[in-house]
Design a protein around this ligand. Structure first.
Ligand code: SAM
Length: 375
């Protein structure tokens, strides 16, 4: 198995290289309107924003910044296949403009722009982004009523273009089954509040680049890609930054394409790609180990598993996990300028044998069989 990954240093308002109705999933995080670190970029895209900020017209600046993003949302609609999904990570902003403190609700604006373009909203996720800044409590301190609630979360808006797509051919069904996630991962990933992302150990780039790019934690695109696409799909990120989405796509066995205005991130993108094999294998190890721990805990309290995974031989909760298979990234190669190819194992490896600490043997029935609870 192989995947390809292409970076375009172009404005994503026209993603010319991507055909209409060709993409199953977009995962992205735009520059956040009304967060100071992005003012300069927005002013470059529309100089009228400078005037609005200088005349203390916060709402005008907010609207103008969002109008620079809207063409990208329209492009996303164009490139998505019917049934395709877009996940947009966005934080709201709080800011004092002139002498007026206010919330600028970025997630509301983007959600309503995307609804206007014709996408349908699906239930969305809040993730906890805790701050330990000493000045995190703003306003009148212990005196009511003008102390302000601290923003310690971001939103992941999830939208779909049209109706659900179907998986009708037997190849499509097989790929979908191999792309399954564990039952216990489903219970965590599909909850609408993600609490524990800050501690996620995988960080792709050093702290200074991460600050300048506002990179999101690897775990965000990694989960979203596993939740909303199947192996071999192509994931697009129109605001690629340091390439976290691209690395997550590599780790999950999906193709990807990304757009970025800032050529300064070239080095971070190449470094990220070269660390992707280790990164992906670490995450796969974590998932296998977490599953084995889950099985052990259930078995210890007397639970009898009904199914075995047919690639690894370990118990799983449901029939849908019987075909679940991790393709381990083996090597990544820069093919042409800003294009990468990743090679994968197509079956469990000796590494998995060691990890699962159980003989790797296909179950006798193609849909798995009853487990003896041996693990
Ligand atoms: C919030 S950052 C994305 C960070 C990324 N998720 C990561 O993990 O590194 C937004 C990025 O979008 C880029 N950008 C802003 N407007 C753009 C546009 N119209 N086309 C392409 N890239 C754009 C910025 O240069 C910035 O790197």
């Amino acid at each position: 198995m192989q995947t390809t990954h292409q970076i375009f240093f172009e404005n994503a308002k026209t993603m010319q290289a991507i055909s209409s109705k060709s993409i199953g999933l977009v995962v992205t995080s735009p520059p956040y309107p009304m967060i100071q670190m992005w003012d300069e970029l927005f002013v470059r895209l529309n100089p009228a924003i400078d005037e609005a900020l200088n005349t203390n017209n916060g709402m005008a600046a907010f609207e103008l910044m969002h109008s620079t993003l809207e063409p990208v949302w329209r492009e996303i609609f164009r490139i998505l296949k019917p049934g395709g999904i877009a996940c947009i990570n966005i934080g709201d902003a709080v800011r004092t403009v002139g002498d007026s403190f206010a919330l600028y609700p970025n997630h509301v604006k983007i959600l309503s722009q995307m609804l206007g373009i014709g996408l349908s909203a699906l239930p969305h996720i809040l993730w906890r982004k805790q701050t330990n800044a000493p000045n995190k409590f703003m306003g009148s301190g212990m005196l009511p009523p003008y102390a302000y609630v601290t923003l310690e979360h971001e939103h992941i808006i999830i939208m779909r273009k049209g109706a659900r797509k179907t998986f009708s051919s037997s190849t499509d069904k097989d790929i979908r089954r191999e792309s399954a996630y564990f039952w216990e991962e489903r219970n965590n990933w599909f909850s609408d509040v993600w609490m524990e992302l800050k501690g996620t150990r995988q960080q792709l780039v050093d702290n200074s680049v991460r600050k300048r790019s506002a990179a999101f934690p690897f775990e965000i695109p990694y989960r979203l890609i596993n939740m909303f696409s199947v192996k071999g799909d192509t994931i697009v990120d129109p605001f690629l930054g340091t390439g976290t989405t691209m690395i997550a796509a590599m780790a999950a066995g999906r193709n990807s394409a990304g757009f970025e205005l800032e050529p300064d991130f070239t080095l971070a993108l190449s470094d990220g790609a070269s660390s992707a094999v280790d990164m992906a294998n670490t995450r796969i190890n974590d998932r296998l180990e977490a599953h084995l721990e889950f099985v052990k805990n259930r078995t210890d309290v007397g639970y009898e598993f009904k199914y075995l995974n047919r690639h690894y031989g370990f118990p799983v909760m449901t029939r849908q996990e019987v075909e679940l298979l991790f393709n381990r990234p083996l090597r990544v190669k820069e093919t042409e300028k800003k294009s990468f190819r990743m090679d994968y194992s197509s079956s469990p490896t000796p590494e998995d044998c060691y990890r699962v600490d159980t003989p790797i043997r296909p179950a006798t029935s193609p849909r798995g069989k009853r487990s003896s609870n041996r693990i």
